[in-house]
Design a protein around this ligand. Structure first.
Ligand code: ADP
Length: 359
């Protein structure tokens, strides 16, 4: 059985080692000892899609079946519960999907689910279909919905973090983040060819909403001259100073990476302000939804496989209202409330290092 190891109440998560999860499977291959009476569980993907969600679905379905539970796929996120879009899953339903981006269960945003009366309807629909618990693969909004479903109707839900933004507290990485960073990096490498050939200044805007993690990783890995993150303010004057200093050192081209922040398209404002102050014609490239698609990296597939299995193990042995994430090399359990109310900040050290290395 998985034992809680190092319960770390201060940080709000509990830590399992990967080894313990493995031992759990080996020691109890049938797994029925931990079913706790739960015979049928549902799995859904919700919010923005992310590469690796399919690997997570595969892991949830096959782990649950290996432990004697039936699995129902819910199509289209929370709307799918309201519309009773339930589909029985078997081992073959998740064949040949580990390498595919997007989500075979579809995803979406449901305004109705934000209202208590619709969540009541959702709980009734789940009960009528015999679905006793849920694994939710999604972002912080999805986890808020899952938390409400547990609080208001005692529907047991565990979650795994699926979003390219990596903006969920309590897990180092979310499923899809690594792929998005690598996709953006590939684009930056291509833009750099043009920037160097034409002696140009480029501003590349990456996704991440209010979180600067994509920007900081892409910026450091892509050798950006400057990184704009939503939570670490750099003024246009500072940026201009830096661009000029680079030019004085013989730089003929530069790449600035900007997180979209609350206002996607802000790279155009930045370019305009830089042009006004320097006369330099900064080209803008907004990577947009390209970052959300594509084949998941090995890291995302492994993360999704491990967390999917942990979320099912947890659900079947009585965990509720928690997300399973990864910290260091360990699987951690984080209450939805903690994961959705605490904020992850941009690693300042990445920005500092990028500044030094771009000299
Ligand atoms: P993500 O999960 O990627 O952060 P959203 O923020 O759009 O994406 O959330 C996905 C869905 O979760 C929403 O469309 C809504 O149905 C549900 N949801 C979000 N916030 C809440 C909330 N506070 N209460 C109930 N449901 C919510």
């Amino acid at each position: 059985m998985i034992e809680l190891e190092n319960p770390d109440h201060k940080s709000g998560f509990f830590i399992f080692s990967r080894r313990q999860t493995a031992i759990y499977h080996l020691a109890d291959p049938g797994g029925t000892a931990y079913l706790g009476g739960m015979k049928k569980i549902g799995v859904l993907t919700s919010g923005g899609d992310a590469p690796g969600m399919n690997a997570g679905i595969r892991s949830v379905v096959r782990t649950a079946i290996s432990q004697g539970a039936e699995v129902v796929g819910i199509i289209g996120g929370y709307s799918g519960i309201l519309e009773k879009r339930f589909q029985d899953m078997n081992l073959r339903s998740v064949a040949n999907i580990i390498q595919r981006g997007g989500t075979i269960l579809k995803t979406g945003r449901s305004l109705e689910f934000m209202k208590p009366e619709f969540r009541k309807q959702a709980a009734e629909n789940l009960q009528a279909a015999g679905i006793e618990g849920l694994v939710c693969i999604g972002g912080d909004g999805s986890f808020r919905g899952a938390h409400a479903l547990w609080q208001e109707h005692q529907i047991p839900v565990t979650g795994i973090p699926g979003t390219i933004d990596n903006d969920i507290f309590g897990t180092e990485n979310t499923i899809g983040f690594d792929t998005a960073v690598n996709t953006a990096l590939e684009c930056i490498d291509k833009i750099r060819d043009t920037a160097a050939s034409h002696d140009r200044l480029f501003i590349v805007e990456v996704m991440g909403r209010n979180c600067g993690l994509i920007a900081s990783h892409v910026g450091l890995a892509g050798g950006a001259e400057l990184i704009f993150a939503p939570d670490l303010v750099i003024t246009v004057d500072q940026a201009v100073e830096r661009i000029k200093a680079g030019m004085n050192k013989g730089k003929t081209s530069s790449i600035l990476v900007a997180a979209e922040g609350q206002k996607p398209g802000r790279a155009y404002d930045l370019a305009e302000q830089i042009r006004k102050k320097t006369g330099l014609d900064a080209k803008v490239c907004i990577l947009g939804h390209i970052q959300r698609g594509g084949t998941p990296t090995a890291n995302d597939r492994i993360l999704a496989s491990q967390l999917g299995a942990a979320a099912v193990d947890g659900l079947l042995k009585g965990e509720r209202d928690v997300m399973f994430g990864m910290q260091g090399n360990q699987i951690v359990k984080v209450p939805f409330e903690t994961a959705t109310t605490q904020v992850k900040s941009t690693p300042k050290e990445y920005l500092n290092l990028a500044n030094i290395l771009a000299n």
